[in-house]
Design a binder for this molecule. Structure first.
Ligand SMILES: Cc1ncc(COP(=O)(O)O)c(C=O)c1O
Length: 454
């Protein structure tokens, strides 16, 4: 074997710091706003929900933040994660480009989500918190936090979007196996749940409202979020840092870095360390965030202040949004069905530093099957967006007579998404249309009184 298929690092190569791009953001960072006063939300507005260390990270001006030893040790259960050269995929699509992918599906929960869950559970335990509440859609974040809660001795209570609770019983079993309590949302345990009792399917927005409401009421209970906020993106930067070492071993520099973007955390995790590398060393690397055509936040959303949840309980965030009242069609990439986008990712898209591309559902499953039949791993539907985008980049390079080095993130496996694969294989998978009229209606309800941002 002359050329290796996978590039592995040793445990002592797990990064020792997280990379914080906040101080380097072009034009500076815009603050979140308190929804009542429309003034910048301060630490006090967040202290009912988050521990002090996490609030500090949310606004930190440090370029690097040390990873606590206990967190690094817990990450060592599965990190560093492997990076592969996708030779079989390259051959199948007949490209001259070289495609590499970083695989986060080797974590206990099967995705990148535990990278932040472990850190959040640790900081909450240090702050004397005994219980965390959260929401989960398809169940990836809920399972990650359940696992992290078990590691750090914290009770976890999860509000799972009703339709997923019914469709994905084994994700629920996973969370319960790690000791979490899982409730179907809307539930009758909260005012937000009772107010939405008529919703047959529930939504992420309702589930967030339930989890936030409970955490805000009890001093021993905090809330934990799996994406969007700066500290969550920060925790994911172990991914990109490892790929810098791994591509270094291969003697390569990426021409393009690609990841799916739901709330923005796996994209940021891969891309931010490379973006900093580009700034420091003058690389010509491009960055592409990819999203479902049915929920095209970055490509068809507005840039403005909006709520993070459907019920308007959270601070207002400066971000691309389809409107907090927009209910995305039920594509199987549940983790990408979010009306907003991380402020940090949004700012980089706005500044032209990151490109965005929307992909239709059937196209992503086509790519997922090609990938499974060549590289072997059955991808999560979210990750399949990155695969399809990598293939498009390779096709474009071939058409232009170029060879590109393409790096994408395979954010998780799809072992709990096989019902979606069944539908695709039976030819029954829909390509739900995005409704710009629905978006316009939802954008009309953006919070009044928030400053416009250019
Ligand atoms: C496997 C996988 N990839 C990607 C995402 C998208 O989330 P984010 O944009 O925060 O990485 C999710 C969210 O649940 C996920 O489970």
């Amino acid at each position: 074997m002359s050329e290796p298929t996978k590039i592995l690092l040793t445990e002592d190569q797990i990064p020792t710091s997280w990379i914080n791009v906040l101080p380097e953001l072009p034009g500076g960072a815009l603050p979140p706003l308190h929804p009542g006063t429309m003034q910048p939300a301060g630490p006090d507005d967040l202290s009912a929900l988050f521990p002090p260390a996490v609030i500090e990270q949310e606004v930190s001006s440090e370029h690097e933040i040390k990873i606590p030893d206990a967190v690094r040790e817990a990450l060592g259960l599965w990190r560093p994660t492997p990076m592969y050269r996708a030779r079989a995929l390259e051959q199948a699509i007949g490209t001259r480009s070289r495609i590499y992918y970083k695989y986060e599906g080797v974590s206990p929960a099967g995705s990148h989500k535990p990278n932040s869950a472990i850190a959040q559970a640790y900081y909450n335990q240090q702050a004397g918190i005994t219980k965390l509440t959260t929401e989960t859609g398809a169940g990836q974040w809920g399972s990650a936090l359940s696992f992290a809660g078990a590691k750090f001795g914290i009770d976890v209570e999860i509000y799972m979007v009703g339709s997923s609770y019914d469709q994905k019983p084994y994700r629920r079993s996973m969370m319960q196996t790690w000791g979490a309590q899982v409730h179907r949302s809307p539930s009758d345990r909260t005012e937000a749940g009772k107010a939405n009792a008529g919703s047959p399917t529930g939504s992420l927005g309702i589930a967030i409202s339930e989890a936030v409401e409970l955490a805000a009421q009890r001093p021993d209970t905090n809330y934990s979020l799996g994406s969007v906020l700066n500290h969550v993106l920060l925790h994911q930067t172990v991914i990109g840092q490892e790929t810098i070492a791994q591509l270094g071993i291969a003697g390569e520099t990426p021409d393009v870095v690609i990841a799916a973007a739901g709330g923005g955390s796996n994209f940021a995790g891969l891309a931010f360390p490379w973006w900093r590398e580009k700034r420091r060393h003058g690389l010509s690397t491009r960055f592409v965030a990819t999203e479902p055509a049915a929920c095209p936040t970055l490509t068809q959303g507005a840039y403005g202040y909006d709520f993070g949840d459907a019920s308007g309980l959270t601070p207002l965030l400066p971000m691309y949004t389809l409107g907090h009242g927009f209910v995305p069609p039920p594509v199987h990439a549940g983790g990408l069905r979010y009306h907003g986008m991380a402020p940090l990712v949004s700012a980089l898209v706005k500044a032209g530093e990151v490109e965005a591309r929307a992909i239709r559902q059937n196209e992503t499953f086509d790519a997922a099957l090609t990938f499974a039949r060549t590289e072997g791993i059955i991808p999560a539907p979210e990750s399949a967006h990155a695969i399809r985008t990598a293939v498009i980049e390779a096709e474009q390079a071939d058409a232009a007579g170029e060879e590109r080095v393409i790096l994408f993130l395979l954010s998780g496996h799809g072992h709990f998404d096989l019902a979606a694969y069944d539908q695709y294989l039976a030819g029954d998978l829909e390509d739900p249309e995005f409704s710009s009229a629905e978006r316009d209606r939802a954008l009309d309800e953006l919070p009044k009184g928030a400053p416009a941002i250019a």
